[in-house]
Design a protein around this ligand. Structure first.
Ligand code: FES
Length: 459
C-alpha cells in the first residue's frame, strides 16, 4: 500500500480556504420535517424562493424563441432564448387572470400567446397585444402587465434561476464550486441518460441519501471494486454557502476489502486498467498503485481520445470521485469523463412526494464515459436523450438508483412513525446535518455567507 491517511491531510490543505469547516449547531432532525405541510410551506416561502436553482440546460434552447419550461413545487418557470442570444427567465403565468402560458417542456415560439383570452407576450416578456385594450378601466395593459422576470444566469452549460430578485450573483452563491467545476469544461457535455421519476418520498429523503456514503457497502455492494468507500480515507467538506463535497479516491480498490476474502483486483478495476492500456497482471501484489498508473496513462492518452480538458484537471480529478451537493436540491458525482446528475424537487402540494431527476452527462465522444458504460452498459445514441417520465416502480432507473430509492421509500414511512425520535448521525453523515441547518437558517431569516444580508446575517 503506497498511500496512507496522511495523503488526505495533504489534499485537505489544498482547499482549506475554499472549503472551511463550519461549526455545527447540533440540532435535531425530527421526522416531521419530511411530512409536515406546515414545515413544507415554510420551506417553500423562506428557502426555495430565495436560492439559486439549477433548472435548465442552455444547449436545449439554442435558437431564438426556444424555451424550456420547468416546474418547481407550485411554480412553473420559463427560460427563453432572446434575440441577442441571452436567456431570460419568467414565471409561466399570464398577467391577466393567471392562466399558464405553456405546458410543453421545450418548444419554439415567436411570442407567448395566452390560451385563455389571447394576450400576446414577446420573448422579452413585454405584453404587446390585449384584446379590447381600451376597455380596461385601469388603462391599456400593453407594456404594463408584462411577464414577471426573475434572475437567470448560465454556468457549466446549465441555466440557473432565482425567485429572489434581490439575490447575490450565482458565482457568489456557488462559492468554491465555481472554480472547481470550471476545470471540467462541462458546458458542452451531452446528456445520455435522462429519467424523471415521481417518487413517494419528501425531497429531503432523496437528498439525505445523496449526502452520505455510509449506505454504500450495504445498498451498493458492487461499487467497492474501484472506489474508496472507507470513510477514514474519504474527504468530507462543507462550504459556508450550504454546499458540500465528498472526495473519494478512485482507480484503486477500496480499503474495505482488506482482510476480507474478496480479491483486491476485480473485474471493475481490470476494466478500468484495460481502458487506459494497462494490464492488471502487472499490478499483482501492488493493487493500490493502480491509481497513479491510471492517472499517468490518462494524461498520456486523454488528448488523443478527445479529452482536451484533462490538461486542466489535477491528478486526483482524473481518477477520483467528487460528489458535490449544491444547496438545496442538487447532488452530482463528477468524474473526469462524466457526471451523474441527481436532483429532487418538491411536489406542488404534498410533502411526502417529490420529483427525482436521474440524468447522466458525458463529454463527446460519449462512449468514453466510463462510469456510464460500466454501470448502465454501452450507450448507443449520438444525440442527447429526452427525459423519460414515469412513476416510481413502473420501470428500472438503473441498478444504483433502484437500490437507493428502494430503501428510501421505506424510510419515508418510518419518518412518520411515533416510534422514531429523530436521526442519529455518524460524523461521516455530517453533510446531512449541515444542509438541514442551512434550511433552518433560511426559514429563520438568516442567510449563509455570500447571500444578500438580512439583519441576522450581518451580525
Ligand atoms: Fe391570459 Fe386572460 S388569462 S389572457
Amino acid at each position: 500500500m503506497s498511500e496512507t491517511i496522511t495523503n488526505i491531510d495533504e489534499w485537505r490543505k489544498e482547499d482549506a480556504d475554499a472549503w472551511p469547516e463550519p461549526e455545527f449547531r447540533g440540532h435535531s432532525i425530527p421526522g416531521y420535517r419530511y411530512s409536515s405541510t406546515e414545515f413544507f410551506e415554510k420551506e417553500w416561502e423562506e428557502m426555495w424562493t430565495k436560492v439559486w436553482l439549477l433548472l435548465g440546460r442552455a444547449n436545449e434552447i439554442p435558437e431564438v424563441g426556444d424555451y424550456q419550461m420547468e416546474e418547481v413545487g407550485p411554480e412553473s418557470i420559463l427560460m427563453v432564448r432572446q434575440p441577442d442570444m441571452s436567456i431570460k427567465a419568467f414565471y409561466n403565468v399570464c398577467q391577466h387572470r393567471a392562466a399558464r402560458l405553456v405546458f410543453n417542456d421545450v418548444d419554439n415560439v415567436d411570442a407567448f400567446i395566452c390560451p385563455y383570452h389571447g394576450w400576446r407576450f414577446e420573448l422579452d416578456g413585454e405584453l404587446t397585444y390585449a384584446r379590447d385594450a381600451e376597455d380596461f378601466p385601469e388603462g391599456d395593459p400593453c407594456g404594463k402587465m408584462n411577464l414577471i422576470e426573475i434572475p437567470c444566469e448560465e454556468f457549466a452549460g446549465f441555466i440557473w434561476v432565482n425567485m429572489n430578485e434581490d439575490c447575490e450573483s450565482l458565482q457568489e452563491y456557488l462559492g468554491p464550486i465555481w472554480d472547481e467545476w470550471s476545470r471540467y469544461e462541462i458546458d458542452d457535455w451531452k446528456r445520455y441518460v435522462a429519467m424523471t421519476v415521481n417518487t413517494p418520498v419528501n425531497w429531503k429523503v432523496t437528498l439525505d441519501n445523496f449526502n452520505e456514503s455510509y449506505h454504500l457497502p450495504t445498498v451498493h455492494p458492487q461499487t467497492e471494486s474501484r472506489i474508496e468507500e472507507n470513510y477514514r480515507y474519504t474527504q468530507f467538506d462543507m462550504a459556508d454557502e450550504g454546499h458540500a463535497r465528498m472526495w473519494m479516491r478512485g482507480g484503486a480498490p477500496s480499503r474495505q476489502l482488506i482482510g476480507t476474502d474478496r480479491p483486491l483486483m476485480n473485474p471493475g478495476l481490470e476494466d478500468q486498467l484495460n481502458r487506459w492500456g494497462l494490464d492488471a497482471k502487472d499490478f499483482e501484489g501492488r493493487e493500490f498503485e493502480t491509481r497513479e498508473a491510471i492517472q499517468n496513462a490518462m494524461r498520456e492518452k486523454g488528448p488523443e481520445m478527445g479529452y482536451d480538458h484533462f490538461a486542466n484537471l489535477r491528478d486526483h480529478q482524473l481518477t477520483d470521485t467528487y460528489h458535490y451537493f449544491i444547496f438545496p436540491n442538487f447532488a452530482v458525482s463528477v468524474w473526469a469523463d462524466g457526471f451523474h446528475f441527481l436532483r429532487a424537487t418538491p411536489h406542488p402540494t404534498d410533502p411526502t412526494k417529490s420529483v427525482f431527476d436521474n440524468w447522466w452527462y458525458a463529454p463527446v465522444p460519449k462512449d468514453n464515459c466510463e462510469q456510464v458504460r460500466t454501470i448502465l452498459g454501452p450507450m448507443d445514441a449520438d444525440v442527447e436523450v429526452e427525459p423519460d417520465r414515469f412513476n416510481y416502480g413502473d420501470k428500472s432507473m438503473g441498478l444504483l438508483i433502484d437500490q437507493d430509492i428502494g430503501v428510501t421509500g421505506g424510510q419515508q414511512l418510518g419518518l412518520r412513525s411515533r416510534g422514531f425520535k429523530g436521526v442519529y448521525l455518524a460524523k461521516q453523515e455530517h453533510r446531512i446535518r449541515r444542509y438541514h441547518e442551512v434550511i433552518d437558517d433560511y426559514i429563520e431569516g438568516r442567510r449563509p455567507h455570500g447571500g444578500k444580508p438580512v439583519a441576522e446575517a450581518a451580525e
